[in-house]
Structure formats: structure tokens, C-alpha cells
Design a protein. Sequence first.
Lengths: 212, 212
Amino acid sequence: MRKVRTYSTDIDLVQERRAQIVQTAVELIVKRGYNRTNTRELATALGMSTGGLYHWIGSKDDILYLIVNFTSDLTQGLLDNCARCGGGTVTQKLKESIKIYFSGVEEFRNFHNFINHVMLSLSANDRRIVYQNESRIVDYFEGLLDEGVKKGEFREIDCKCIAHNIVAIANAWANRGWYLKRYYTIDKYTSEETDNLLAQLTGVPTASVRSR
Amino acid sequence: MRKVRTYSTDIDLVQERRAQIVQTAVELIVKRGYNRTNTRELATALGMSTGGLYHWIGSKDDILYLIVNFTSDLTQGLLDNCARCGGGTVTQKLKESIKIYFSGVEEFRNFHNFINHVMLSLSANDRRIVYQNESRIVDYFEGLLDEGVKKGEFREIDCKCIAHNIVAIANAWANRGWYLKRYYTIDKYTSEETDNLLAQLTGVPTASVRSR
DNA sequence: TTTGATTGACTGAGCGATCACTCGGTAGAT
DNA sequence: ATCTACCGAGTGATCGCTCAGTCAATCAAA
């Protein structure tokens, strides 16, 4: 956790203001791109002056860092929810986790699009945070799939690959929303993809297909 | 096709220089991001001066447009290759098309990452080009899947959804290459994902799984 | 209760730097 | 002599960031 300069000593207020900055900055950046979002506009959108903005942060790049960190917290929260979700079988756990993660992507679509957009502009350190973050998600699903295979609920599959697919397809809801939203709601998309996945994991009767 | 200013009248030379500009610009932008790639550096990398650069293009934004258009041509070329590929069954055609498209993503990874990065900065018109482009790819695979279902090679599936998945998973090789390249080569990834897909499409024997 | 001092969030004009783009000029080919 | 690819110092505009200053809130002494 890097230090970000502030002239305030009120820790709570700093956190509150930075949360506002992160929220507003993400909205603006996703709308207009990072370079076209200048500090003047951002300050105005926050109901501040540029000087006021720099009371809470040290530089424009700090905003990237704060957003990356905030995103990291968001996904950690989602994973915690996933880990807590019940269900006796691994299949049920997987279904619920997917539901939680997919609706998380929908809820924080702006943040996903933001990360996508600024990835190349991030410092090496900030990029590492994003990587760790994404890896954690894949690891979680990989663990679930592994468990399912061990317990005989799923057939033998490349768990790493399929875990990656789950995450890639979830992220696609943010990245490729312009396409998907023409045809699906997030609920329809989630259930459709869950079905697709389970067909892969458990297999479906070949005979009934061939006989059609 | 928008007009891009040039002071030259030699159409062939314009095209050649612009191809060089596109190639070099993509490499630089993917390395450093769009705003940090200034015209001086780009010109230097091209062995030109800034003035020389503006002999061939009218503005920095024109470069975005040229790259977007170039990308569009690239994918059109890939789709043409796909359409031309033989094989008696739809399954074989699908396998070959996936191979062509996936290796295309690998070959033009820079372009994919570029589009990802600048999407939010694109003008409405340029963005429309990207959308049309991506839609064409999904449509191609959707058509193949439809054909497969009609001919009874695949079970009844949501072709649009699965076509989208193919594209999303292919693009993931570019977007999420930092993760995937730790564990897969493009060939391994392609064959793994092809197997996964066919398991979805044709179904796999449930019995053998259950009996394990 | 009044008053004077102090604090700290916030202001906004302005500075320095950068950057996209121009334009008068040059050198080599025809 | 003309043409044209190319040069590079210069220009105007933008943008990140600063800093001297404002003002309302807080507090302590009178």
C-alpha cells in the first residue's frame, strides 16, 4: 500500500473524500477516456476546485492507484461472498459463486472497463496489483473445479483453463457489453453461461443428440 | 472511409508510409499508452521528423482511425481465410476456423491490446467500426454453429451465446496473455479450448464420468 | 456571553511544462 | 527549373499542479 499525499490529518475525512474522488473519476474516465478527463473537470464534477482536489491527493496518477486499489477491495469482497456461499455439492457452490461474480461484474462494470482502458498506462506496481487481483479470482474458481473433479462431480478437465474461461466470460459482460446487451440481460447471460459450463463439466448424453 | 489529409499525391507511397506509421504506432502505444506516446517519439521511431510525419497524416487522431481501419482489414482477412477453409463436416470447419482465428489473435495481439486500450478514447464513428468488426466475427461463428445444429452435428444450443464465447476466449489470449502465457502456448491453448467447446456442442458420455 | 486566535477545508489565478501541429526552408531526383 | 519528401525550430493551447489567500468552525481567555 503506497502512500498518497494529503494535507489533511483527518483520516476518516480523507477516506470519505477519496471514495468520492474514485467514484466520480471512474465515471468520467469511462465516459471520456483518461487523457481527456482533466483535473479541472474532475474537480468541478466533485463540487471542488482543482486546489481542493489536491488537498486530498498528490497527483493525477494517484487517482489511478486509488481506483486500482478500490477495485482490488471490490473483488476481494466478491470472493469473500463466494467463499461464504453454502450448498452441499461443489456444483451448487460453483453455481452460486458464478452468480455472485457475474452480478459483481455487472454492478462494477465501470471499474472493469476502467481497468481495461488504463492497463497500458499503469505503473509497473499498479499493474502488479491488477494482476494479483485477477489471479486471485481465477485461483478461486480453479480451486472449486479441482474439488469438484476430486469428488467425482465433474469429469477430468483442465481446471486452470476452465477457471480462466469463467473469468474471461464474466469480464466479457463488461468489455463486450455493447454487444451482449442487445440480446441478453445479466440474469439471462449468467444462467445461459452456467448451463454451458455445466455441460462441459458433467457431460451431457451423446445418444439423445445423435438420435435427433 | 473517412478522408485523411496528406500533402503527397503518390497514392502508393501514401499507403506504404501509413502502413509503417500504423505498425510503429501500435507497437509504441501498446508499450507506453496513447497519451505518453507523443508525435516526436513516433516520428523518431519511424526515422522521420514531426513535420515529415504530418506530410502523411493530418492529426494524431487520424492515427487511431488508420489503426482501427487496418485492424478491420486484418480481421476481414482472417474471416476470408476461415470461410475458404474446407472440411466435409461443420465440426471440421469449426475446428479449422478456430485455429485460424486464434492464431490470428496471437499474430495481431498488439492490435487487439491497442483496441482494448483506446476504445474509450475513440470517436463515435471509429467506435462503430470496431463494433461492426467484432460483430462480423461473432456472426461468422454463429452461422457455423447454426449450420452444425441444423445438420445434427451439434446438440441444440444458444448459438449466439457460444459464438460470443469463442470470440471472448480468443480475445482473452490477447487481453489476459500476461496470465495465460505462464501456463499455455497458443497451440496448447487453442487445442484445449477446442476440446472444451466440442464437449459443449456434442456432449460427452455421462456414464463414463459417473463410473470413475 | 463576548472576543480574539487558530485551524483546516477549500479557492482560483497563474506558472511551468508538454504537446500537437505549422511553416518556411532544404536537398535530391527528374 | 521544378517538384516533393522531409526537416526542425517555433507557436498556441492545454493541462497538471502550486500557493497565497478566504472563510466558517472551533476553542480558550476575558
